[in-house]
Design a protein around this ligand. Structure first.
Ligand code: THG
Length: 279
């Protein structure tokens, strides 16, 4: 099983038996006042610079989220997509809770995108899945529904099953569904990380699908967030994680991922690990 997304002349593959790929999270105004301010003024200098820096740091896929108070995502998401395509050939992950914004961004993206996201809510399934099918994109599936984010593995698993059934019923292939078992701040509930990882293992084992997640969420409210983020990603990698949404600029992250892939049997003979050190 392999999930494939594309950019200009670039193809990125990930899956349960493949090396981990990085979905770069920095183009997101949440918690970044300067970026939020810039987007409000209709400017993209920081976003452009972030796309360049993240690509140079080895990001495989670039997430674009322009959601902030005072920003019209339907107008701004496609504009950001065009700007980012000018400076990187990596595939894009179109990140919005607003289906209309996803639609307008898809209209300007001529390759196979990763849509972020659909969830188990009836409204989301009805609006987003047809868009996925029509555009031939892949999509991130959040294991939450009308009742919010379940606090237990069983319920998250059931939502994953529901999304798979609905997607397959309209002809979307399983390899185009990338499950996000929901990463929550471990500072609020000490079991948050454990629940995410256990859900991932169950979803991966039962359905054989690709797994992603907003891995930086785990460390909100704690000191040395980068340390926690690196460790949670390496723990995720042995629990089905294929493509974390994270900050590729974190020191030592790339090394840690190469090591974890090798130790988890996802880098035969350590070829990637070894060639990384030759560089
Ligand atoms: N699942 C999916 N998509 C997502 C998320 C998810 N997209 C958005 C988010 N969650 C993942 N992206 C981020 C981006 C930034 C941060 C966390 C998650 C973050 N930012 C710092 C802060 O807010 O303090 C600021 C960074 C800086 O200033 O450099 O932590 O869960 N599918």
């Amino acid at each position: 099983m392999e999930t494939v997304v594309t950019g200009k002349g670039t193809e990125v593959k990930f899956g349960p038996d493949l090396p981990t790929v990085i979905i770069a999270e920095r183009i997101n105004p949440t918690g970044r006042k300067s970026l939020a301010e810039e987007l409000k003024q209709g400017k993209f200098d920081i976003a452009r610079e972030d796309a360049i820096k993240q690509t140079e740091a080895g990001a495989h896929i670039i997430d674009i989220n322009v959601g902030a108070v005072g920003v019209d995502e339907v107008e701004m998401l496609p504009k950001a997509v065009k700007i980012v395509m000018e400076v990187t050939n990596q595939p894009l992950c179109l990140d919005s809770a607003n289906p209309e914004a996803l639609k307008s961004a898809l209209e300007v993206y001529p390759y196979k995108a990763l849509i972020n996201s659909v969830n188990g809510k009836e409204k989301s399934l009805e609006e987003v899945l047809p868009m996925v099918k029509k555009s031939g994109s892949a999509v991130i599936c959040l294991t939450m529904d009308e009742d919010g984010i379940p606090d237990n593995v069983e319920k998250r698993f059931e939502i994953a099953e529901k999304i798979i059934k609905r997607a397959e019923s309209i002809g979307i292939k399983k390899e185009d569904l990338v499950f996000d078992c929901l990463v929550m701040p471990n500072s609020i509930d000490s079991n948050a990380g454990r629940i995410t990882l256990e859900t991932q293992r169950r979803v991966a084992k039962e359905f054989g699908v690709s797994i992603t997640g907003g891995y930086s969420n785990v460390s909100f409210g704690m000191p040395d967030r980068n340390l926690l983020n690196i460790h949670f990603i390496t723990m995720g990698i042995i629990s089905g994680l294929c493509a974390p949404i994270t900050d590729p600029l974190i020191d030592n992250l790339a090394e840690a991922i190469k090591a974890a892939d090798f130790l988890a049997g996802r880098d035969p003979y350590g070829m990637n690990y070894i060639s990384f050190y030759r560089k």
